[in-house]
Structure formats: structure tokens, C-alpha cells
Write a protein that binds this ligand. Structure first.
Ligand code: CMC
Length: 392
């Protein structure tokens, strides 16, 4: 009947009760386990935030050091997984590689599956995932460039080790730049969770069938890949590059985004929940300014992004619809500044989001949530009888 309506895109569905992330989209507030994102971005480390999200509280010094050690000890991936890299085409998108490699981890660790979970096994899987995603991601980049892979170095902290595996030359010691490490740490923290977004909901839904955590995270990576979600960060830079190459006419791009006869949207603008500034975008914009300054980089795309923001925020189309820059708008400029290539941007989002996905999965399993199984409103044909092929 006309009274029954579906909720496309789950715009009004409270799918679960969650104690992980608080978000007020009208006011632009984001907190992990109660802690404001601004404080965590300034003071915390990514692994500390990962612990907070997954286990519910900030770790004590001993807990943090054990958590860190546990992760450092699992950064190597099984040597046989190296052979899998040989099978991908040279131009394989690293998100495709990441999804299949995380899926492949489940075949090396088959114990992490089932309805009865052993808490120690779960903790081990969590550490393995957070450790190995850096190696998998960095190696997919090295392979795409035809560079030899770099093994992890356990003496390095999480972010430095990732940068080492990405950029070290086999013949030289990789020189750690503290500005770059700090910027990476901030970016990962800002991406670490965002309540029931598309990929987190996917992780919870896949995991609700009691598929393994590896399988659930693989599903999350695939959901993140799309341009309306994590894939937006790559598209923002491609859009800014296009504006730059066409003479920096930002107003034209804004007009194009308003034109409903095309599917084009201003990438990095708008959000399902934020109807105000995305607090993450505010922080990234400020950090991008600082980092570019410290590294003496002049990136014309930063100026283009700023004027695009200004034009859009003064345009009635964007004002009426409350479309503000989101986390993806300035993140790409910061990734570029620290040397991350464009096709790796969404992989970087996945690296940051992993603890959030794990926390969402763990909360769902700890609370014994039932299998996710939405209903529908059937709008197909009524009963009709089969017609033999010769009579159609
Ligand atoms: N450019 C132009 N128009 C837009 C944009 C945009 N970026 N975003 C939304 N609109 C318009 C949309 O056309 C619609 O207009 P109307 O009411 O006239 O039909 C109105 O604003 C509401 O948009 P919606 O599509 O109903 O909103 P949604 O909540 O379903 O979608 C969104 C949210 C993020 C998918 C969307 O804003 C978008 O496509 N943005 C661009 C892609 C992007 O930056 N994604 C990253 C999101 S943040 C990080 C993440 O989640 O990964």
C-alpha cells in the first residue's frame, strides 16, 4: 500500500546500537569512544587510537607497549603470498590487490572463523590484520612500479615502517622525515572510524553470518573502493588536476557540478551525515598548510582546492543543500605532499579505517547481534503461470 515505504540507502535506519563513535552532523562533532577527534589528532598515535576503538579505552603504558609489540611481530606476510603478486597485471588497481590479499590471509589462518570465537585467537587476528595490511599495501605499490619489495623493519614505528616499505631504496637506509611521519599518523587517526558508514556497515553485515574477520574486512575494502565513499579521495585530486590543466577555472567546475543533466558531482563535497563542516576536513586543511610549508612544497592544487571551496560555499546550490568539504577534499593534497601516489589514496583510507572496521565487527560479535537480513517491499509481478518456450 502507499503507506508502506522503503528506506533506500538506510537514510533513516538505526541499524544497531553502538558505543564506538559519536557523530553530530548538524554541529560537525566527531568523537571516538567519547574523545574529541581534534584532541586525538593532536596528541595520540594511530596504534593508540586503534586500541581505543577496538577495546573501548585508552591503553595504559604497558597495554600499549604489548599491543605495539604484538603488531610489530606480525608485519611479515607468508612467503607464499609473494607469489600471488606475480599473477596481477602490472596496472592492477592496488585496491583490487588489497581486497584479494586480505581475503587470501584467511586461507593462511583458517582458525579465525566460526560461531564460537576464541578471544585469544581474535586478538591474534586483530594484530595480524593491523600489521600485515601495511606490508600488503606497500608491496602492491612496489610491484606496480617494478621495484623490489622491501621487508618490514621491526625497529621502526608503525608509520615509519610503512613509509620504509613504500619508498626505501634497496641500496640505502631510508631516511625518516618526522614531519611526514606525523602527517601520516594524523591522517590515519582521522580516518580510523566513522560509525555506520557504507564500509563499516558492510563489515558488520558480512561478519553477521559468522564469516571470518578476514572475510568481513575484505568486504569492507570492496565497499570502500567506490567513488561515493573512499574512492572519492583519488577522484578529488584527478578533478583538481583537471582544473589546473584547463587553466584553473574553478567556477566552471562548480557550475558543472550543479548541472543535473550530467552525473558529475564536486568530489570531496557533501556528506550523508554532516550538514556542516566535516571536522576532519578542517584539521586536514590546517595540517596540509603546515606540512607543505615545512617541506617547502608549493602545490598549485592546494590553492585551487581553497578557491573551489570558497566559490562553492558562497553558491546558493551548495548552501541550500548544506554541502561542505568532507574528509576526502584535502586529504589527497596531504598524501601527495608526503609522496603517496594518487592510485594509492584509497588504500591509505583503508589502512586508517581498518581499526574502525575491526571495532565494528567486534562489537557486533560481542553483542551477539543476529544475522543481518533486511526485508523489502516487493513490487514485482503477481503470480503468473509458466509459459512454454514455443508459446512465448
Ligand atoms: N556535488 C554536487 N551536488 C551534490 C554533491 C556534490 N558533491 N553531493 C550532493 N549533491 C546534491 C545531490 O545532487 C542532491 O541534490 P538534489 O536534492 O537537488 O537532488 C543533494 O545534494 C543531496 O545529495 P544526496 O546524493 O541525496 O546525498 P547522499 O547523502 O545520498 O550522498 C554523498 C552523500 C557523499 C554520496 C554525496 O554528497 C556525494 O556524492 N559526494 C561526492 C562524493 C564524495 O565526496 N564522497 C566522499 C564522502 S565522505 C568520505 C566517505 O564516506 O568515504
Amino acid at each position: 500500500t502507499g503507506l508502506i515505504t522503503s528506506d533506500l540507502g538506510y537514510k533513516s535506519t538505526g541499524a544497531t546500537k553502538s558505543a564506538i563513535t559519536f557523530l553530530n552532523g548538524e554541529k560537525g562533532v566527531l568523537r571516538y569512544r567519547g574523545y574529541p577527534i581534534e584532541q586525538l589528532a593532536e596528541k595520540s598515535s594511530f596504534l593508540e587510537v586503534a586500541y581505543l576503538l577496538i577495546y573501548g579505552d585508552l591503553p595504559g603504558a604497558d597495554e600499549l607497549s604489548k599491543f605495539r609489540d604484538g603488531i610489530t611481530r606480525h608485519t611479515l606476510i607468508h612467503e607464499d603470498m609473494k607469489m600471488l603478486y606475480e599473477g596481477y597485471p602490472a596496472k592492477a588497481h592496488p585496491m583490487g590487490v588489497l581486497a584479494s590479499m586480505i581475503g587470501a590471509l584467511s586461507t593462511f589462518y583458517p582458525n579465525a572463523q566460526g560461531s564460537e570465537l576464541d578471544p585469544e585467537e581474535v586478538d591474534l587476528t586483530i594484530r595480524r590484520l593491523i600489521a600485515k595490511i601495511t606490508t600488503i599495501a606497500a608491496w602492491s605499490y612496489r610491484k606496480s612500479q617494478g621495484f623490489p619489495i622491501m621487508y618490514p623493519q621491526n625497529k621502526l614505528d608503525y608509520c615509519s615502517n610503512f613509509l620504509h616499505m613504500m619508498f626505501a631504496l634497496p641500496t640505502e637506509e631510508y631516511e625518516i622525515n618526522p614531519t611526514i611521519v606525523k602527517a601520516l599518523n594524523t591522517l590515519l587517526i582521522l580516518h580510523a572510524d566513522h560509525e555506520q558508514n557504507c564500509s563499516a556497515s558492510t563489515v558488520r553485515m558480512a561478519g553477521s553470518s559468522h564469516a571470518s574477520l578476514y572475510a568481513a574486512i575484505t568486504a569492507g575494502v570492496c565497499a570502500l573502493w567506490g567513488p561515493l565513499h573512499g574512492g572519492a579521495n583519488q577522484q578529488v585530486i584527478e578533478m583538481l588536476e583537471q582544473i589546473h590543466s584547463e587553466g584553473s577555472d574553478v567556477a566552471r567546475m562548480v557550475e558543472k557540478a550543479k548541472d543535473k543533466s550530467s552525473d558529475f558531482r564536486l568530489m570531496g563535497f557533501g556528506h550523508r551525515v554532516y550538514k556542516n563542516f566535516d571536522p576532519r576536513a578542517k584539521i586536514i586543511k590546517k595540517v596540509a598548510d603546515e606540512v607543505l610549508n615545512e617541506l617547502h612544497i608549493e602545490d598549485p592544487l592546494l590553492e585551487i582546492a581553497k578557491s573551489l571551496e570558497e566559490v562553492a560555499l558562497n553558491d546558493s546550490y551548495f548552501v541550500e543543500r548544506k554541502l561542505y568539504p568532507n574528509v576526502d577534499f584535502y586529504s589527497g593534497i596531504l598524501y601527495r605532499a608526503i609522496g603517496i601516489p594518487t592510485e594509492m589514496f584509497t588504500v591509505m583510507f583503508a589502512l586508517g579505517r581498518l581499526p574502525g572496521w575491526i571495532a565494528q565487527w567486534k562489537e557486533m560479535r560481542d553483542n551477539n547481534e543476529p544475522i543481518s537480513r533486511p526485508r523489502q517491499i516487493y513490487v514485482g509481478p503477481n503470480k503468473r503461470d509458466y509459459v512454454d518456450l514455443e508459446n512465448r
